[in-house]
Design a protein around this ligand. Structure first.
Ligand code: AHR
Length: 665
């Protein structure tokens, strides 16, 4: 990320990773962000009028460069409650009572009438080595009429649907069964009406796992609900891993929210870059993504401190990342931890780095090894005997930020070991970023761009002149940023302009993924403004940039064809690719100016008159946008456009993105 570098420098100089400093970093980010976002005023005037006619010539018979079949993919990480409180189907916030969860555990007491109860974190007992602590609920007075217990707000509510079953489980220990059954209820915040309830009979003695189901009836869909766990008799109960899962995509156990998975599927992605981002690195060396602690039974996963200020349960761990790929029929692009932390510290090469290199080798074996290997067998024990596909391994994240220069040697140590054991995989380095040429000569260099609309549009010819003899490029993070929490139409125009450039240069840029992808828009859930897809506990919405990406990825050929344009306004961009099998020209036209852009088109390679399918996306202003309360303000509109032959005229309205599929037969 370019414009937070100074903030990161500040963090490194201070040598601290404290929360206040992080807050300062964010403030600097925001200040820089505001500066960047004002930069597009020259192209953001109200629309009106028309530019001069531009001449667009396309020879659809002449493919000049290939388009990578893996160009468009996904990148997410645990940020903005993307996983816990987002994609991961868990509904209970802080299910493992971690004391640093967002600063405060959101579990409160319920005491009806004259019931008396208290709660505390008990560090002396828990159900496993990974979770050696628990929440102790002590009830000194309670009755059937006046129950006592706990309440949990969920992740800013519980999004409940009618006639739906939610699968629960919990670990509990009780001194005596006299405390009676645990009653678990989903309750409407406004009316107090019970939406679903279950009864769990507790057995006295050691820690035990219990399952329960909550099934709604003919309720109105709503997120304004909370959870209550209560008892009707005095006694003490210790609780841990109190879980309630909503139905998942493909009914995958411990899986993902269907609505968000469907949003991702509609983007036609080819890969998932995992697990981050800063999430791979952690703020301190101790916070690295130690993948071995994210696999196996949930009770054996301790969780870890993420870099975006909250604890990660790691319920969505390495295997779940891979199953997510499997569910979307896409390939994983694995980033392995390379010994660098966001506070600027790094692991010394040689002996100190060896355990991390070994962890990376083991991780690749866990993903790809057959069941005769140690880690392939572990994957099978975890429920997935079949290996996963893998072609690309990324070493680290944004290591161009490591100004100590240690990456060159760290990369070399990883590359030697990975090449030796897995010569078939391509390695991606993270020290290159347009201004900083990579020093390590990888197969692929990961470059990141976070820009204002104007700056993104100014960048669209950058890769036209980049050498083709160096590494291939993975634009592993990119976004036009001015809208918050999700991109506005000006951002969508910047993104579309940038995508025309990536398609034209896709002989070099073999993969690209927008970041961040997801944001929980509930108050206080977001850490990073401008994220592609917004959601809350109940619903999701698509930003204008999301629609632009869906359109670009769904209408992409396998080759870029010869073309030229003259006389266009300086905020007009296009891409022309052909699908050779279908003999279809995909013409993308982006008019980011406030005047209509008439085109006189000369198209070689079309036989006779055709009707082209056109999908267009239009916003009245740069600021026009979608939101959780107005999710459809900007959406794609389909139509047909006559293409009478090899010469025709067409006008692209101001502030409009169009995608035309033109048959060439
Ligand atoms: O996408 C948000 C952050 O931006 C990523 O975690 C990091 O890689 C980049 O700096």
């Amino acid at each position: 990320m370019f414009y937070v570098d100074e903030a990161r420098d500040g963090r490194r100089r201070s040598g601290s990773d404290s929360q206040p400093l992080w807050s300062a970093v964010l403030c600097v980010c925001c200040a820089l962000f505001v500066t960047a976002s004002t930069g597009h005023s020259a192209v953001a005037q109200a629309p009106g009028g028309s530019a001069a006619v531009a001449k667009l010539s396309i020879d659809a018979t002449q493919v000049v460069s290939p388009v990578s079949p893996t160009l468009y993919g996904l990148m997410t990480e645990e940020i903005n409650h993307s996983y816990d409180g987002g994609l991961y189907a868990e509904m209970i916030q802080n299910r493992s009572f971690h004391s640093t969860w967002e600063g405060e555990p959101p579990w409160d007491l319920v005491r009806r009438g004259d019931a008396l109860a208290s709660r505390s974190l008990d560090r002396s007992t828990g159900p496993s080595r990974a979770l050696p602590y628990s929440l102790k609920l002590s009830v000194s007075a309670a009755s059937a009429r006046n129950e006592a217990g706990l309440t949990n707000p969920g992740y800013w509510g519980y999004g409940l649907q009618p006639q739906t079953t939610y699968a629960g489980s919990l670990y509990a220990q009780v001194e005596s069964a006299d405390i009676g059954p645990l009653m678990i209820r989903l309750v409407n915040d406004r009316t107090g009406a019970v939406q679903a309830q279950a009864r769990v009979e507790l057995k006295a003695g050691a820690w035990a796992r219990y399952e329960y189901k909550l099934t709604t009836g003919a309720i109105a869909a709503s997120k304004a609900n909370h959870l209550e766990l209560t008892v009707a008799h005095p006694g003490t109960v210790w609780l841990q891993l109190v879980s309630l899962m909503q139905p998942t995509f493909n009914n995958r156990p411990n899986g993902n929210r269907s609505d968000l998975m469907n949003r991702m599927a509609a983007m036609h992605p080819q890969f998932l870059r995992l697990p981050g981002g800063n999430y791979l690195e952690g703020t301190r060396l101790a916070d690295w993504y130690d993948w071995k602690k994210t696999i196996g039974p949930l009770v054996d996963r301790p969780g870890h401190q993420g870099p975006w200020f909250y604890w990660s349960t790691d319920g969505l761990g390495l295997l779940e990342f891979l199953e997510w790929c499997e569910d979307l029929k896409i390939e994983p692009v694995l980033a392995v931890y390379a010994g660098y932390a966001l506070n600027g510290s790094h692991v010394a090469t040689g002996k100190d780095l060896e355990p991390y290199v070994q962890a990376a080798l083991d991780e690749v074996e866990y993903i790809t090894g057959d069941t005769s290997t140690r880690w392939g067998a572990e994957r099978a024990r975890n429920g997935h005997p079949a290996p996963f596909p893998l072609r690309y391994i990324e070493v680290g994240n944004e290591d161009y930020l490591d100004r100590s220069g240690s990456y060159t040697a760290r990369y070399a140590q990883f590359a030697e070991a990975l090449h030796q054991r897995y010569p078939q995989y391509k390695l991606i380095a993270t020290d290159g970023n347009s201004e900083y040429a990579t020093k390590v000569n990888p197969d692929i260099s990961d470059e990141h761009y976070y820009k204002s609309p104007a700056d993104m549009m100014d960048l669209v010819h950058h890769y036209d002149s980049v050498s083709r003899t160096g590494p291939k490029i993975f634009v592993g993070e990119w976004a036009t940023r001015s809208g918050s929490p999700t991109p506005n139409f000006g951002d969508a125009l910047g993104d579309a302009a940038w995508m025309t450039s990536m398609e034209r240069n896709s002989d070099l840029i073999i993969m690209a993924s927008y970041a961040p992808l997801l944001v929980n828009v509930s108050p206080g859930a977001m850490q990073w403004p401008t994220d592609l897809i917004g959601f809350d506990a109940g619903t999701t919405y698509a930003s204008p940039s999301y629609w632009a990406q869906c359109l670009f990825a769904a209408h992409l050929g396998d080759g870029t064809v010869r073309s030229a344009i003259a006389g266009e306004n300086k905020r007009f961009f296009y891409s022309a690719t052909v699908s050779s099998g279908e003999r279809l020209l995909h013409l993308k036209l982006v008019n980011a100016s406030n005047v209509d852009q008439p085109l006189s088109v000369e198209l070689t390679g079309i036989n006779g008159a055709h009707k082209a399918k056109m999908t267009s996306l239009h916003g009245a202003t740069f600021q026009a946008t979608n939101s959780i309360n107005d999710p459809e303000a900007i959406h794609p509109i389909e139509s047909t456009v006559p293409v009478p032959g090899s010469t025709w005229t067409h006008t692209v309205p101001a502030f409009t993105i169009e995608v035309l599929d033109i048959p060439l037969r």
